[in-house]
Design a binder for this molecule. Structure first.
Ligand code: NAD
Length: 443
């Protein structure tokens, strides 16, 4: 099939590349010429495991191309995915300007039947707005062209995006257009061979499903983070509690890790957007409002622990930071807890030496030149002469580090373990002062 992916970010590029991998002919369009230049030079503008290989293979096979040429991209696809950003507006609602602009650019050019697929995370009712925008553009041109609008929210996880796209748990398709539904079934059939993973529903329910999923996941994290704070006070270990409750199949083990707060380009903005949309409908979502508040507090928990240990004035103190990305296996720094931690520690006079396996370029771009902040080219190098280590992102390479080396490099053996990667009893045996999240009394 002929497919166009509008927007070549984490979602659009993965969608385009993975659909090309299944034999489709895909054009990826972006308004950012720099991204297209990088892609046309055989590289990818983001870090996503396995993606570069899929992109190169399909470019080579002539099934995948990248362009800024809107005319060509719109003409190419029978199915056009809109995978552009939907950042939060000032009031927390999803800013739809990029989605609507993409829809208009389609309406301004289409000459034959198209299926326009909202893959971006968009509020309930957006498909109607996309339809209306396209209708308006067609009316301006004085032409009648048939089209269907479909909601197909994306559930991939950054860091495992290719795998998630290739082996989806479910494919949600919201559609009220029979022809569009048939084409979506055909497009996704290679991904549903084993069993039917496609759930077809009405447009609004599909749009809502994406927000509900992210809101549920964020709720589990904030729930555990709050319990972790209490666990510390009452001398309980949240890790043991997690295992204890996770064994109940009604609860399950996933997404119950206490830590330094959630971040990324999805949970924070999607929770905000849902809360905002509910407010507009006069249905305040109290649970989700608390989820967000709890997360804001949680992003500061590591700094609070540093302050309790070293005092409010951190002038003359130096800290090593391991991990900057909002989670492992990505270079995405959007809403990363590390950003809050860096700001707070610097504002208290500390100096920082940070290391992340892939997110340092992105971190430098976002944070800019900061007096007191330096980046180390290796994890070990960040430790030299620091008063303590803060583990912020649980990259694999931090899971079993050389603890003797850590002890030797730090001024005193103090570790703030923001992702509960190290066993308190082991740390104690090694003579390392370990401050986890919700792991009983520190020591
Ligand atoms: P992104 O910021 O990485 O990429 C968006 C891209 O769209 C950018 O390259 C931008 O230049 C391009 N763009 C903007 N307007 C355009 C236009 N009119 N024509 C062509 N290109 C245009 O965003 P992302 O992380 O890929 O997210 C995209 C959407 O998918 C968002 O709604 C997001 O919430 C959702 N989503 C993201 C993830 C994720 O893990 N990142 C997962 C599921 C859903």
């Amino acid at each position: 099939m002929k497919v166009t992916a509008i927007g070549t970010g984490y979602v659009g590029l993965v969608t385009g590349a993975c659909l090309a991998e299944m034999g489709n002919h895909v054009v990826c369009l972006d308004v950012n010429p720099e991204k297209i230049r990088i892609l046309n030079e055989g590289e990818i503008p983001i870090h996503e495991p396995g993606l570069l290989e899929v992109v190169r293979r399909n470019v080579e096979a002539g099934r995948l191309q990248f362009t800024t040429n809107v005319d060509m991209a719109v003409q190419h696809g029978t199915i056009l995915f809109i995978g552009v950003g939907t950042p939060p507006d000032e009031d927390g609602s999803a800013d739809l300007q990029y989605v609507i602009a993409a829809a208009r650019s389609i309406g301004q050019r289409m000459t034959d039947y198209k299926v326009i697929v909202d893959k971006s995370t968009v509020p309930v009712g957006t498909a109607d707005k996309v339809k209306a925008a396209i209708d308006e553009e067609l009316a301006k041109r004085g032409v009648e062209v048939q089209f269907g609008v479909v909601s197909n929210p994306e559930f991939l996880k950054e860091g495992a995006a290719v795998e998630d796209f290739m082996k989806p748990d479910r494919i949600i398709v919201g559609s009220d257009d029979e022809q569009a539904t048939l084409l979506m079934r055909a497009l996704y059939s290679p991904f549903t061979r084993n069993h039917d993973r496609m759930q077809v529903m009405d447009l609004r329910s599909a749009e809502f499903t994406k927000y509900a999923a992210n809101a549920m996941l964020a709720t589990r994290i904030s729930f555990m983070n709050e319990l972790a704070l209490l666990a510390e006070k009452v001398g309980a270990d949240i890790e043991l509690v997690r295992r204890g409750i996770g064994s109940d199949p009604r609860i399950g083990y996933s997404f119950l890790y206490a830590g330094a707060g959630y971040g990324g380009s999805c949970f924070p903005k999607d929770v905000k957007a849902l809360v905002r949309a509910a407010q507009d409908e006069g249905i305040p979502l109290r649970v989700l409002t608390a989820v967000e508040e709890a997360n804001e507090r949680q992003k500061r928990v590591l700094v609070d622990k540093v302050v309790t240990r070293f005092g409010a004035d951190l002038t003359g103190r130096r800290f090593a930071l391991w991990g900057l990305a909002f989670k492992p296996n990505t270079d995405d720094m959007r809403e990363a807890p590390a950003l809050v931690i860096v700001e707070e520690l610097l504002s208290r006079g500390a100096t920082l030496s940070a290391y992340d396996p892939v997110a340092m370029t992105e971190a430098k771009r976002i944070l800019g030149e900061r007096p007191g902040l330096s980046f180390a080219d290796k994890a070990d190098a960040a430790l030299e002469g620091a008063d303590a280590l803060l583990l912020v992102t649980e990259w694999k390479e931090f899971k079993s580090p050389d603890f003797d080396g850590i002890k030797a490099a730090l001024k005193q053996p103090v570790v703030f373990d923001g992702r509960n990667q190290y066993e308190p009893s082991l740390m104690k045996a090694l003579g390392i002062e370990h401050h986890g999240i919700g792991r009983g009394t520190p020591g």
